[in-house]
Write a new protein. Structure first.
Lengths: 500, 386
């Protein structure tokens, strides 16, 4: 059975939050996990778990709850694809050239320039918005979390690729295999057009192999630093020569005559290897699974990976044929994951914070550009990782700058009013009829028991609200005698809200 | 490139500047580097104009700076006349221009190239720490005001790293107000949770910086001369106040944007150079009046210069080497290093004569007494500081 939850559950539910929390935890299963552990599981496996989501989990046995999260992963996005995803590379590049030329002709004439849209930038903007939309509306946040994880593992950026359709299809690949099979994913990534452009595979030919993909394949995607030599990189680069893209469509193309079919020695083995042979060798090496499991640990479990557990999980992962779902199941069942001391042991990423808060509050945000700008300010723009290593994450999410900026964004979400104004003025938004404008201007602080937070909040025990919003006791102290809206506001601004 | 060619313009090069341990003596405040990022890639050829070179006219038929609009500095090069406000500094010999600053295997992506500059990396190397932070690796900074560097811009990369406590702010008032919303936690235990430890640590940093700044800036002296530009001028106004209040920071960063002039370049670049020169001239006057000019070194930089040949739209595309400015009370004014030859372009771009990392390491040693060659082989020192 798949869990399908209304993301407005926080607002609209018929069941009052108090009733949820006062329900005996043992009512529905012999070993029901209860509210706090359900919250912990969902805070790691989704974005901003609503009380309704937590409640639907709280009555289950723990492994039952984990199995339900993993039961039948969505393999395609709910949000309809942007209209341009089937445009070819040549067409987009030509349209871009035209637009750039028109812009040059317009020179400093702002009126004339205003109507000219550069397709590469515009499609990039729409693509980022599209994914943020999907993260907000999905009924399976874990699938989006995993998609984001693979995006950060097999990085490609719009900045370099400059062809949004390829990034769209790469994202679809990550979603399809989000909880699928790592071996299939790796093979597909090595033929993925966005990756071929991003790491210069398109330029890699027998006569002149480009080592960029080979190097990152070994260093970042599989073995990790220290487990290969420069000669292995060169051999891998030769093996992948000939993989390219069709210049008209931008789809994958194999140029047999550009492939170096000669003998290669790779990680101590010699043969006339092609790319798939190299990947097969890498998948037999235990370091590959260890690299992936370690990264998953840092993303889902804690900031202090346990080497013994990683080796154990990696061995199971590899011998089990690189199935991702059982690996994730094993990770969620780890004692280190379930340890109550581990609650609040990770720092929310910008996506966690922004997408999670919007989901949690049920803020209607028809135009996502403002949210993407916030993500940019906080250092995590989807489809634009800072470099091939991806976002460093963990402790590095928080600096004096981003911490103050996080508070500022949360304050805006609380106090106001319109999400559009957060990004600093959007002309389109001003022209919308009022009923379509995002979030009417009621401050959460004054919302009391009505309006945005809905009837579910009225009369709710403030400590129950805190247990929903925070993974641990508040750091700054929360005035629990305040109206529910004000309690929520204080909780969001408490530093503990930065943790998950 | 001949590694020695930058000696030609530089005159004497003192390879071993006496290591002045600026921080051994805690009583004297550190020298402040004021970093001025010119965002978008400033066109160096129309900034410091090789007016006497016939090739310049040929490369820049319609956007070249006319000879009578060049302020001649010597028989070969001169400043764009929009930079006239800087002539006071030039005549006082505290304005140095380092010619042909660049790096090998230049990258022409804005994003990537500024990252190379900010981290003082090689072209094929990705580093995550900024060059100022790297310069202080292994040395101890005084813990004076709870903050070591202040970024009045959005890009903090040059001063990002564990060695420096860096604060990013658009203006002091907002920062202090925002910091007030996050009071010190009064010793909340982290319970061995590294995420919480980090959060509390950063909160402490913010609070320490705010405390250090609040008391110094609150009743601090105001600059004697007013800045004009609403953005760049405001940034320099705050920078001036920080220096005048003797907040012991090692770096302050500001930025002026809009230099990516692919089309119809002349009016845009002239406006920007005008703002840059006018406001830097005000800065100099303010710091001289406050007797702080001797403690400050201003450095301009940009991700790249622009192509030698203008394009078909009256603009220029992304290029390589460019001249950069160094100003300050201890700066040895004049032209340094050699102007890249317009007769010897590489794929239409100028060859650099000074690696930017050499400029950085020279200034780091001269201002802060710290040594780091940033991986440049055969490190040299430019004779930029007295």
């Amino acid at each position: 059975m798949t869990v399908r939850l209304d993301r407005r559950g926080f607002l609209g539910g018929a069941v009052s939050l108090s009733a949820i929390l006062s329900m005996p935890w043992t009512a529905r299963a012999a070993q029901a996990i209860g509210f706090d552990e359900a919250r912990h599981l969902l805070s790691r496996a989704s974005f901003g778990a609503t009380p309704a989501e937590i409640q639907s989990c709280a009555g289950l046995d723990y492994s039952e709850a984990v199995d339900r999260l993993l039961a039948s992963p969505r393999r395609e996005a709910l949000t309809p694809a942007p209209r341009w995803v089937n445009e070819g590379l040549k067409a987009v590049r030509e349209a871009q050239r035209d637009a750039v030329e028109k812009l040059r002709a317009a020179g400093n004439d702002k009126n004339q320039a205003a109507g000219i849209v550069r397709p590469i930038q515009e499609q990039g903007r729409e693509l980022r918005n599209w994914w943020v939309e999907e993260m907000l509306v999905t009924d399976q946040p874990l699938v989006e979390r995993m998609t984001l994880f693979w995006h950060n593992h097999f990085t490609s950026s719009l900045q370099k690729v400059r062809f949004a359709p390829a990034l769209y299809f790469q994202n679809a690949l990550f979603r399809r295999e989000a909880l699928g099979n790592f071996a299939s994913l790796l093979k597909a990534v090595a033929r993925d057009p966005a990756m071929l452009i991003y790491l210069d595979g398109v330029r890699s030919v027998a006569r002149q192999p480009n080592e960029n993909f080979g190097r990152e394949l070994l260093e970042l995607f599989t073995l990790g630093e220290g487990h290969y030599s420069e000669a292995d990189i060169k051999a891998a680069a030769r093996a992948f020569t000939g993989r390219s893209i069709d210049p008209a469509t931008g789809s994958f193309a194999e140029h047999v005559q550009q492939h170096d079919g000669g003998e290669k020695t790779f990680l101590g083995q010699t043969g006339r290897f092609d790319g798939d042979d190299i990947i097969a060798i890498l998948l037999r090496d235990p370091h590959t699974a260890e690299t992936v499991v370690r990264k998953l640990w840092l993303e889902f479990v804690s900031l202090t990976p346990d080497p013994a557990e990683i080796t154990r999980l990696a061995a199971v992962f590899r011998t089990g044929g690189y199935e991702i779902k059982p690996l994730m199941r094993a990770m969620f069942l780890l004692p280190a994951f379930r340890d109550p001391a581990n609650r609040g042991g990770l720092i929310k990423s910008p996506v966690d914070l922004i997408v999670g808060t919007v989901r949690l509050l049920g803020l209607p945000v028809p135009e996502k550009t403002g949210l993407v700008r916030m993500l940019q300010g906080l250092g995590q723009v989807p489809f634009d990782p800072p470099n091939v290593k991806g976002w460093a994450g963990g402790e590095s999410w928080i600096s004096s700058y981003t911490l103050l900026l996080r508070q500022q964004f949360l304050r805006r979400m609380i106090e106001a009013t319109t999400v559009s104004s957060m990004g600093g003025g959007n002309a389109m938004m001003q022209q919308m009829p009022p009923e379509q404008r995002p979030v009417e201007g009621r401050s959460l602080r004054d919302a009391g028991g009505e309006a945005k937070l809905g009837p579910t909040l009225s009369g709710v025990d403030p400590t129950a609200l805190l247990r929903t919003l925070l993974p641990r006791a508040p750091i700054d102290g929360v005035e629990v005698a305040a109206p529910p809206g004000a309690v929520v506001a204080q909780a969001l601004l408490d530093s503990a809200y930065q943790l998950k | 490139m001949d590694r020695r060619c930058f000696l030609l313009g530089a005159g004497a090069v003192s390879v071993a500047l006496a290591s002045r341990a600026a921080f051994a003596d805690q009583a004297s405040p550190p020298r402040v580097m004021l970093l001025v990022e010119l965002k978008g890639g400033n066109d160096g050829m129309n900034t410091l104009v090789p007016y006497a070179d016939a090739a310049y006219r040929e490369l820049r038929p319609s956007i070249g700076v006319a000879r009578d609009k060049v302020i001649q500095l010597d028989e070969r090069v001169g400043l764009n006349q929009k930079l006239e406000p800087l002539m006071e500094s030039w005549k006082a010999r505290d304005f140095a221009i380092v010619q042909g600053v660049g790096y090998p295997y230049p990258n022409r992506s804005h994003f990537r190239s500024i990252e190379i500059w900010d981290t003082a990396s090689a072209s094929n190397q990705t580093l995550s720490e900024g060059w100022v932070a790297r310069a202080f690796k292994g040395s101890t900074l005084g813990k004076g005001a709870g903050v070591d560097s202040i970024v009045i811009d959005t890009n903090a990369l040059p001063v990002t790293g564990p060695e420096l406590r860096t604060i990013v702010m658009q203006d002091a008032e907002n920062f202090l107000r925002a910091a007030q919303g996050m009071k010190d936690t009064g010793g909340v235990p982290d319970g061995g949770n590294p995420a919480l430890r980090r959060l509390l640590g950063v909160r402490h940093e913010v609070n320490a910086a705010a405390a250090g700044l609040r008391e110094r800036l609150q009743d601090g002296p105001a600059p004697a001369y007013a800045y004009q530009d609403p953005v760049f001028g405001r940034q320099l106004d705050l920078a001036t106040r920080i220096v005048m209040a003797r907040v012991p920071v090692v770096a302050i960063k500001v930025a002026l944007g809009g230099f990516d002039t692919h089309a119809n370049q002349v009016p845009t670049q002239e406006r920007l150079l005008g703002v840059l020169a006018a406001e830097l001239a005000v800065l100099r006057r303010n710091l001289i009046a406050a007797d702080q000019w001797k403690n400050v070194t201003v450095l301009t930089y940009s991700e790249f210069g622009r192509r030698a040949r203008q394009n078909a739209s009256g603009g220029t595309d992304h290029g390589t080497a460019a001249p950069h400015f160094v100003m300050g009370g201890r700066v040895k004014g004049g032209l340094h290093a050699a102007y890249p030859s317009l007769a010897d372009l590489q794929d239409g771009d100028m060859r650099y004569s000074v690696d930017f990392r050499t400029v950085f390491s020279t200034l780091a040693q001269g201002s802060w007494g710290v040594r780091n060659d940033f991986g440049v082989r055969q490190p040299q020192r430019l004779d930029l500081l007295a």
